[in-house]
Every structure is written in structure tokens, then in C-alpha cells.
Design a protein around this ligand. Structure first.
Ligand code: BES
Ligand code: ZN
Length: 470
């Protein structure tokens, strides 16, 4: 901390340092709950994670702690509103659900048996997002235990459906807009440029997620008796998907780019100046060469351009050995990352129309069905907001370097909803690192990031309080 930090912040930081072991042990406990939101068999675990978190908020000294129903996995809520009517109010958002851990055999230690090694916690959800939401709970706990007060009013909302598209959250936020009213939202669910280069995310991509089913024969057939004279739906699916992108990485769905706002020359220059490390990116990705839309840098391909990705495909026989079969049905899951001003409903409809038009000319195919699973809007953050400056100062005090603004390729669907329903900007102050392996085997969260994250959070509340009336 620099000597500009108020004494209360310094004291709370000292306490947080003294409590590091407890903070870490509790996080390990949280990580042992397999709260995989997308799998119905884990619904009980999602609720257990919500209950556990609510217990922690109570212990931290928050008021109004409750587990609120959404129609899906519940939301955990807590608040501390004693800073006064004139003080700023901050809403902290995070998610306690996690991605499925598969393939399990690729984990060095089991995904729900968190293990500390090489200065990091390895577990599913370590960085995304249990470890990161825990930063704010630990910071608030230290501050309340130390001084019994906070410089701002705080509300916390932790959801359990982010990794499966936040299906019920938009309606929840709209319904509870009064309870959630705030000046600014803080989210730690992204990563910094590197451990030495703090950053604040200035944009997130949106999402359109669809499932495709191609039907042919009424059931799986002998590939000798029928093969050659019956159209194979797996082959038809491959043809359909292959028609969605060309060799130059350009997406060929008609109208796909209509609403894309192209970055200006100045914005492209700024993106170059970030100093994004392509070699490190290749290492993190485990590839020797990158591949993407021609004419754009790697950083632009992620931060400023939309995508079409096949997430999974299945059809016919995929077990051990050989089975000569002509499948009756073939399926794929696809996600399209969107940038401003693309609309996920429109993009999903464009995909459906395109595939149906092609399918009509495919003799021998019974049906092609496109089902929208979920969507989310892209986000562009107002970086001139005083809360951004406060976050910037807090990061600089803690990490010793001023942060830069980055464009993130991932999505956090509810952020756009906060903007429209609560009229509040979001500070995307994440503490993950690019090699944390989110959604992959061996996800981790560095202990240093956890510890410095807590100190940044404490500094942020004070910095933001100081901007009151600004
Ligand atoms: N924490 C991520 C978002 C993220 C990913 C930030 C990568 C920074 C880098 C978040 O939990 C996530 O994975 N979101 C999903 C949302 C989707 C299911 C709509 C995503 O981006 O795939
Ligand atoms: Zn996340």
C-alpha cells in the first residue's frame, strides 16, 4: 500500500494477511462442493454451495442474508447498508456454479479434491469463480471484523447458473431491481494480463448457444446393407457445419456480420499497444500455431471479432472398437461469441434459417432442428466512470503498476442486464491469470492472486468511497 491509504484500509489489510490460512482453508471447503449447474444430478450440490455461502456471509457480518429462489439454482444475497444514504452503494456479483470437470482422467488431482501445490489451488472452480468471489467475502469479513464498518454500502449477489447461461437471472434482476439498486457493480470473474500486469476488462463478448439435430433413417442401420443408398445424417451435419466458416476463418452465415461495429483505426492502434504476448497465448493454448479470421491480430480475433465454434458433436458409435453402423441421428452443440452490436436472438435465427435452407436441398434428410439453448449480450464498459478510476488506483496500490484496459473474449451474460435494469456500470476487476485453465482439466487459482485480490478489494472500497459526490 502507498501511504495514501486510509488507516482503516491498512488495518483491514493487516487483518486479512493474518487470516490468510483460514481464508484459504474455507475456500478449499467451498471447492469441495461439486456445484456443476448444467447437470441436473448436481442440483442438490448447487443448493449446498448456496447454503454454504450464505452461512459464510452471515459469519462475515452481513445483513439480510438469504438464499432466494429463481426458478433454477438459487441466488445468495447479503447486504451491509450502514454507510449512510449519501454513501456509494456497490453491488458485488459472482457465481458459485462451476463447469463440468470432464475429462476427469486428465486431472492430476481430482477436480473436487482441491490441492495446493506450486503456490496455487487446483480444483474445478478455483478461479472461475469460487476463488474470485471469495476475495470480496474475505475482504468484507476482514473490514467488518477490524473496524465494524465499511466506507460504502455493499450488496452481494452470487448466482448458480452462470456457466449454463444464467437462464433465470435476467428475470430475477428485473424483479428485484429495487433490492439490487446500486451505483456500480463489481465483478471478479475475469483475468489480468499477467501476474505483473494488472488489467481491467473493458469489453466482454456476448453469446448465442444452439444445439443442432439432423435426422435421417428412423433408427441406426447396418452400414453394409444400407450404406451407399441412404443418406448419412452425421455426414449431412458435417457438411452443414463446414458451410458455416470458410478457409479464411470468415463466418459464412448470411447477415452474421451485419451489426458488428468494426474497431476504428485508433482502437486498433490501442489494441496493438496492449502488448499482447502471442507466444504466451500459444503456450497457454497448447498450440504451435494460432488460426483465426484473416486480417486480424490474435488479440483482435478474441477481443473484437465474433466466432462460430463447434463445442461438441455426437452420432453413431463412439465406444471402443469398431461397429459398422449408419446412424439415424447426428447432433452438435455450437456457440457463437458476439461483439457489439450483434443480437443473440437474431444471430440464432440467422443460423437456423441458413441451415434449414441448405437442408431443404439435401435429399434423404428427414429433418434439421436448431434449438436455442441460451444467449447473452456483448458488453462495452464506460471506462470514464469514477468507479473505474477507483479500481485502477486500488490495483496500482496493490500490484505496484497501473492497470490497462483489455478486451475479453469470454462472456458474463448478466453484465448487460445490470446496465439496462439497474442503470449501473460494471467494473470487471478480475484476478485470474491467463494460464488458469478455466473450463479445462487442472483449473487453478494462484494463492498470490487470492491474497492480493483481497487487498485490492479492501483498497477499492476506500478509493470508491473517496469519490462520493464526484
Ligand atoms: N469467467 C468466465 C468468463 C471469462 C472467460 C472471463 C474467460 C475471462 C476469460 C465465465 O464464468 C464463463 O465462462 N462464462 C461463460 C458464459 C456462457 C456460458 C454464456 C462463457 O464465457 O463461456
Ligand atoms: Zn466464471
Amino acid at each position: 500500500m502507498t501511504n495514501t491509504a486510509p488507516a482503516a484500509a491498512t488495518a483491514a489489510i493487516e487483518r486479512a494477511r493474518a487470516e490468510r490460512d483460514v481464508t484459504r482453508e474455507q475456500l478449499l471447503e467451498f471447492l469441495r462442493i461439486p456445484s456443476v449447474s448444467t447437470k441436473p444430478e448436481h442440483a442438490g450440490d448447487c443448493r449446498a454451495a448456496a447454503d454454504w455461502l450464505a452461512g459464510q456471509l452471515l459469519e462475515a457480518g452481513l445483513d439480510g442474508v438469504s438464499v432466494l429462489e429463481t426458478g433454477g439454482h438459487p441466488v445468495v444475497y447479503g447486504e451491509w447498508l450502514h454507510a449512510g444514504a449519501d454513501a456509494q452503494t456497490v453491488l458485488v456479483y459472482g457465481h458459485y456454479d462451476v463447469q463440468p470437470p470432464e475429462p476427469n482422467e486428465e486431472w492430476t488431482t481430482p477436480p473436487f479434491e482441491p490441492t495446493v501445490r506450486d503456490g496455487a489451488i487446483y480444483a474445478r472452480g478455483a478461479a472461475d469463480d469460487k476463488g474470485q468471489l471469495w476475495i470480496h467475502v474475505a475482504a468484507l469479513r476482514a473490514m467488518l471484523a477490524e473496524g465494524g464498518t465499511l466506507p460504502v454500502n455493499v450488496k452481494l449477489i452470487f448466482e448458480g447458473e452462470e456457466e449454463s447461461g444464467s437462464e433465470h437471472l435476467d428475470a430475477f434482476v428485473a424483479r428485484e431491481a429495487e433490492r439490487l439498486a446500486c451505483d456500480v457493480v463489481v465483478v471478479s470473474d475475469t483475468h489480468m494480463l499477467s501476474a505483473e500486469r494488472p488489467s481491467i476488462v473493458a469489453s466482454l463478448r456476448g453469446m448465442a448457444y444452439c444445439e443442432i439435430e439432423v435426422r435421417g433413417p428412423a433408427y441406426d442401420l447396418h452400414s453394409g446393407t444400407f450404406g451407399g443408398a441412404v443418406r448419412n445424417p452425421a455426414e449431412a451435419l458435417v457438411n452443414l457445419l463446414a458451410a458455416c466458416k470458410n478457409e479464411e476463418g470468415h463466418i459464412t452465415i448470411p447477415g452474421f456480420y451485419d451489426d458488428v461495429i468494426e474497431p476504428t483505426v485508433e482502437e486498433r492502434r490501442q489494441m496493438l499497444e496492449i502488448g499482447f504476448d502471442d507466444a504466451e497465448f500459444r503456450r497457454d493454448a497448447g498450440v504451435e500455431k494460432t488460426w483465426g479470421e484473416l486480417g486480424w491480430t490474435v488479440y483482435e480475433q478474441i477481443g473484437a471479432r465474433p466466432t462460430f465454434e463447434i463445442n461438441g458433436m455426437w452420432s453413431g458409435y463412439t465406444g471402443d472398437g469398431a461397429k459398422t453402423v449408419l446412424p439415424g441421428v447426428a447432433n452438435a452443440k455450437v456457440s457463437m461469441r458476439l461483439v457489439a452490436d450483434q443480437d443473440w436472438d437474431r444471430i440464432s435465427a440467422s443460423l437456423e434459417t441458413y441451415l434449414q435452407d441448405m437442408a431443404r436441398d439435401m435429399r434423404g434428410i428427414e429433418s434439421v432442428q436448431v434449438t436455442k439453448l441460451h444467449g447473452g449480450r456483448p458488453v462495452l464498459v464506460d471506462t470514464s466512470h469514477p468507479a473505474m478510476q477507483a479500481a485502477s488506483r486500488a490495483l496500482e496500490q496493490t500490484f505496484g503498476v497501473a492497470p490497462v484496459y483489455t478486451r475479453e473474449g469470454g462472456s458474463i451474460p448478466v453484465v448487460a442486464t445490470f446496465t439496462t435494469e439497474l442503470q449501473a456500470p460494471t467494473v470487471l476487476m478480475g484476478f485470474g491469470l491467463p494460464d488458469d485453465r478455466l473450463h479445462s482439466p487442472n483449473e487453478k487459482f494462484a494463492l498470490r492472486q487470492l491474497e492480493l485480490g483481497i487487498e485490492t478489494s479492501i483498497a477499492f472500497w476506500h478509493e470508491f468511497a473517496a469519490t462520493a459526490g464526484a
